[in-house]
Ligand binder design. Structure first.
Ligand code: FAD
Length: 319
């Protein structure tokens, strides 16, 4: 019923690129009944036109139904550039749409700007974040990309911008939609999701056991942070996989990432090295995580984390 921050970031980027190209920004949103609140928010973040695609089978995301609804619209509008948020959903959907349109797609981009020839140049991490590749889609259209969340600013909304809204009831061939979502069961409540978190506190093998993660939860609470984990902690069964950060877990780019008892293996760095500020707490001064950290605390996390929690509590209660 709402918009993710990642969508607003993509809207702001789209508006900038549309301006550079001398074009307009059109947004598309899929659902069963799309509220005016959502369409007007897209307008405030830069969309001049909003296509609201509605159908009962779009109430919950399934890759096939969404791709079947989206591809014909994109074909009809025929944009130069088509961007999606690089969320789990966006990265599932984008390749299906790109394939059906016969165009190219750059996934998980961290930068996008027009080159001198007016063609979009997209930058994306490769080799688990060791290097960046610049990708362009010179001939096929639209030029498609998914944009990594939390690396580009969403900017400020302009409350007076009113988009033109086109409501379209989709003619989906229901027999071709083979997946039906019957129910969505929320696994946890009250916890901040990794992909939405501005602050993440993560623990690794150095936490020594699942019970000690309560230390990180205590630190996370006053900060409104999510609690992540390394693969070592997940493989040991201390945390669920959905909290894993890294190459085979989630890619995150929060404003602040606090790594506790995590060595900083390349596969872990692949998931968090684009965080804006990295704090590492590790008792080994040679741990690789300290090389990427903006602030490194060499010490025993069992002594340091409670002290930090205490200080944050004091600071935040007095502000
Ligand atoms: P360790 O490397 O064992 O590090 C523990 C750290 O804790 C050490 O640096 C130690 O000095 C410190 N420490 C111990 N006690 C304390 C204390 N009391 N106070 C302070 N510090 C302390 N890993 C991921 O995280 N995410 C992934 O998505 C991922 N995907 C992978 C995919 C593949 C194909 C492969 C091969 C590996 C992948 N890995 C991934 C695993 C990765 O290579 C590392 O094994 C893993 O990240 C190590 O986790 P860790 O840092 O928690 O543990």
């Amino acid at each position: 019923g709402g918009l993710r921050r990642a969508s607003l970031e993509v809207a702001a980027l789209g508006r900038k690129l549309a301006g550079d190209l001398g074009g307009t920004l059109e947004a598309v949103i899929l659902g069963e009944k799309i509220s005016e609140e959502v369409t007007s928010l897209l307008g405030q973040y830069g969309a001049q036109q909003v296509h609201a695609l509605e159908h009962p089978l779009l109430a919950r995301y399934t890759a096939r139904a969404y791709a079947m609804a989206l591809s014909p619209l994109v074909k009809e509008v025929d944009p130069e550039i088509f961007l999606l948020a690089g969320t789990t959903l966006g990265r599932d959907l984008a390749p299906r749409v790109a394939t059906s349109l016969g165009t190219g797609l750059a996934a998980d981009c961290v930068h996008a700007a027009l080159g001198e020839d007016g063609i979009l140049v997209l930058k994306r991490p490769v080799f688990a974040g060791k290097a960046y590749a610049e990708v362009a889609i010179p001939k096929a259209r639209p030029q498609m990309a998914t944009i990594r969340p939390n690396v580009m600013p969403a900017g400020n909304p302009s409350p007076d911008s009113k988009p033109q809204v086109h409501r379209v009831s989709c003619a989906l061939d229901e027999t071709r939609v083979r997946t039906r979502v019957k129910e969505v069961v929320k696994a946890s409540s009250g916890l901040v999701e990794l992909s939405e978190a501005k602050i993440i506190v993560s623990g690794g093998r150095g936490m020594k056991g699942p019970e000690n993660f309560s230390l990180l939860e205590d630190l996370a609470k006053p900060l409104g942070a999510a609690v992540g984990a390394s693969r070592a902690a997940v493989d040991a069964g201390w945390r669920e996989h959905k909290w894993q950060v890294g190459q085979t877990g989630k890619t995150v780019s929060p404003d602040l990432y606090v790594a506790c008892g995590i060595s900083g293996a390349i596969q872990h760095l692949a998931g968090m090295s684009s965080s804006k500020c990295i704090v590492a707490i590790n008792k080994d001064p040679e741990a690789p995580i300290l090389k990427v950290a903006d602030y490194g605390i060499v010490g025993d996390l069992f002594a340091v984390v409670p002290l930090l929690t205490e200080e944050f509590r004091k600071l935040l209660s007095s502000s």
